[in-house]
Every structure is written in structure tokens, then in C-alpha cells.
Design a protein around this ligand. Structure first.
Ligand SMILES: Cc1cc2nc3c(=O)[nH]c(=O)nc-3n(C[C@H](O)[C@H](O)[C@H](O)COP(=O)(O)OP(=O)(O)OC[C@H]3O[C@@H](n4cnc5c(N)ncnc54)[C@H](O)[C@@H]3O)c2cc1C
Length: 339
């Protein structure tokens, strides 16, 4: 384990904002995780787990504690039969490289989650998902260090209590577990329609009628290129807001305001509305507020164009939430967690 002191969180997060962290523990093994946690306990310092920093907003005051920066490698086939291959993946593996490797093995289950930045170990945290797939669909179990009991535990898919962009890791157990590996069960059956509408539209437009995991990955990468700015060039965290989920009564009210509102009916009878649509139709797309640009190709994304601090981002975020609320009476919520 390598420990660094007084490191800028700006350099470790894709929004490129925030103050300094007192210590960073670069962890490569499960033993390193234990060592970092013991070091934090003995110094009475808090810890914060960091992967690729693509879904974290760092505040200006920085972090007076130890950032546990996950680099744990691993990609091991642990089971294989005629229908499925099960793979254990180290939490520090780059997620898109993992997807690419599974595509090369002709396995299906995460191909629509291509080109999502960050690490494999972060994917269960907000039940990462895109274009009709989410990690909850294929994740069998994970290993994590429980900072409460100071032991490694195995949690099953059910234990994680996955729902839309949610798991126990950002709910009841926030900050408790450090995920060290995840196990995915992937199918040998190639993808079949119906596909998520944006994906289907792309396939139709390009006359693609034969589908395998590589075709779907290539399509997703092309779709994303046009919708999502590269965080290396334009600092951002992807979708800055979760899609709004409303009940029947509120949905009726929204239809009265605008009958063309796009909506996805959920299994539990609630309705998911694209927050990007709400932001765009509240007249905010492309606007620059306190140095934060509401991305002109996708209003769900906030780009740090010239913000001087977290405070600028917070002011821009609050103004966007208020404008959407004043227009549609819907409260949208920030997706990335904060440190
Ligand atoms: C351009 C762009 C596009 C994106 N597209 C999508 C998308 O399509 N779908 C989607 O769901 N997300 C998307 N995201 C968000 C982000 O990429 C994902 O949430 C990703 O999983 C975050 O990984 P990370 O390693 O960067 O996590 P970080 O940002 O480092 O951490 C995110 C959270 O997970 C916790 N965490 C990280 N690693 C661990 C671990 N090993 N154990 C315990 N807790 C941990 C952190 O404490 C933090 O709370 C996008 C982001 C960008 C910049």
C-alpha cells in the first residue's frame, strides 16, 4: 500500500472541483484495505472509498481523513457451463475494459453498459445501468470489507437491495462496506430485440438486423459519443440528475401541463420521467449558470466549464432544481454522491 498526503480531489474526480484530502491510501490487495482501515482507526480519521471519481462531487473544504483509492485487479472465470460463464472481477478493474473482455468472450449481459467510466467495484453502489441493462441483472454476489465488523463478507444480489440507481451502499449502509470484487453471471445467448428504444432507433437507422454482443457494444459506443461529453475534455459526472419518479396523480398533473411528456411506466405503477426532458423544457438546455454549462446535446449532463468552486456548482444545481420545480412541480435529485 502506498500512502500520499495532501492530494487535490480535483485531480481525482471527473468534475474537477474540490479541496484537498489529507491522505490517500492506494490499495492493490485485500490486505491493503485492512491496513488502510486500521490506520484510519488508530488515527481516529474517517475513510472515504474512491474508484475512478466519475460519480463523486468533492466539496471545497476537502477531506480530513483517508481516501481509500481502489486499484484491486482481477478477472477470473470461476464457473462455466453450456449457457453461462461466471466471472469474479477485482473492484479496481476499469469497467469498460471488463465489458470489452466479456464481449471478446462473446458473453452477454453487460454489453449495453459499454463506455461507462469508472471501476468495476463502484457498479453495485448506484446499481449502474444504461440502455436497458443494469448491474443488478447479472451480479450474483460481491466481496466487501465490512468496516463495522472488521471482516470480509460475501453479499448476494438480494442483500444489495438493488432498485433504480440505488443499493444499500448508497442507502442504509453508506460508507460501511469496501467492495473488493464482484461476481457476474453472463449468458452465452446473444442479445435479441426488443431493445431499449434509443438503441433500437440507432439499429433501425443503420439497417442493423443481425445482433451479437459486439454489434450492440459498437452501437452503444456510437450513441454515447454523441450524447455524453468526454470527461477528460469537458469535466462532468455523466447524468447529474436521476430521472424523476412520480405517482399517478402527479403524472396526470404533468400531462395537463404537457401531453407530449415522455414517460416510462414502472412495474410498481409509478412513472419514470427523463429529467433531461424536464430541464430542457424548462428552458435551461445550453445555458451557462455560475460557470456550469447545461450540456447542449443532453440536458441531464452538467459540464464544469468555468466554475471556480463546488459552491458555484451547488448554486447552479439549486437554480436548475428550482426552475424545474417551478415549471413542472417535480423535484429532481442530484445523482452523484458528495465527499
Ligand atoms: C461521461 C459519464 C457517463 C456516465 N454514464 C453513466 C451511465 O450510463 N450509467 C450510470 O449508472 N452511471 C454513469 N456514469 C456515472 C459513473 O461512471 C458510474 O456511477 C461509475 O460506476 C462510477 O465509478 P467510479 O469508479 O468512478 O466511482 P466513484 O465516482 O469513485 O465512486 C462512486 C461512489 O461509489 C463508491 N465506491 C466506489 N468504489 C467503491 C468500492 N470499491 N467499494 C465501496 N464503495 C465504492 C464511492 O464511495 C462513491 O460513493 C457516468 C459518468 C460519466 C462521467
Amino acid at each position: 500500500m502506498k500512502t500520499l498526503t495532501n492530494i487535490s480531489l480535483k485531480d481525482l474526480t471527473t468534475m474537477k472541483l474540490g479541496g484537498n484530502a489529507s491522505f490517500i491510501a492506494e490499495v492493490y490487495t485485500k490486505d491493503d484495505v485492512v491496513e488502510a482501515c486500521n490506520s484510519a482507526s488508530s488515527q481516529k480519521l474517517p475513510i472515504f472509498v474512491l474508484g475512478g471519481g466519475s460519480n463523486i462531487i468533492a466539496r471545497d473544504e476537502g477531506f480530513n481523513g483517508i481516501i481509500v483509492h481502489i486499484h484491486i485487479p482481477g478477472f477470473e472465470v470461476i464457473d462455466d457451463d453450456v449457457n453461462y460463464t461466471t466471472i469474479k472481477i477485482g473492484a479496481g478493474e476499469n469497467w469498460d475494459s471488463v465489458v470489452e473482455r466479456t464481449i471478446n468472450m462473446k458473453l452477454s449481459g453487460i454489453e449495453a453498459m459499454s463506455a461507462i467510466p469508472g471501476t468495476a467495484g463502484a457498479t453495485p453502489v448506484q446499481n449502474v445501468g444504461a440502455y436497458g441493462q443494469e448491474i443488478a441483472d447479472t451480479m450474483q454476489s460481491l466481496t466487501a470489507y465490512d468496516t463495522k465488523t472488521k471482516t470480509f463478507v460475501e453479499l448476494t444480489n438480494t442483500d444489495c437491495e438493488f432498485t433504480y440507481r440505488y443499493s444499500i451502499f448508497r442507502g442504509v449502509s453508506t460508507g460501511r462496506y469496501i467492495i473488493t470484487d464482484i461476481t457476474l453471471k453472463l449468458s452465452k445467448k446473444q442479445p435479441e430485440p426488443p431493445f431499449y428504444s434509443a438503441l433500437q432507433n440507432y439499429l433501425d437507422k443503420h439497417n442493423i438486423t443481425a445482433f451479437d454482443v459486439k454489434t450492440i457494444r459498437d452501437a452503444i459506443i456510437e450513441i454515447r459519443k454523441n450524447k455524453l461529453p468526454d470527461p477528460i475534455i469537458l469535466p462532468n459526472t455523466g447524468s447529474f440528475f436521476k430521472n424523476a419518479v412520480v405517482g399517478k396523480q402527479q403524472m396526470d398533473g404533468l400531462r395537463a401541463i404537457d401531453n407530449d411528456i415522455p414517460v416510462f411506466e414502472m412495474n410498481d405503477g409509478s412513472y419514470k420521467i427523463p429529467s433531461g426532458w424536464l430541464i430542457e423544457h424548462a428552458g435551461l438546455k445550453g445555458k451557462l449558470i455560475h460557470g456550469i454549462r447545461i450540456y447542449d446535446k443532453n440536458a441531464l449532463v452538467l459540464v464544469n466549464e468555468s466554475a471556480k468552486s463546488y459552491n458555484d456548482l451547488a448554486k447552479a444545481r439549486d437554480e436548475i432544481i428550482k426552475t424545474v420545480h417551478d415549471t413542472f412541480q417535480v423535484q429532481i435529485q442530484q445523482e452523484p454522491l458528495e465527499i
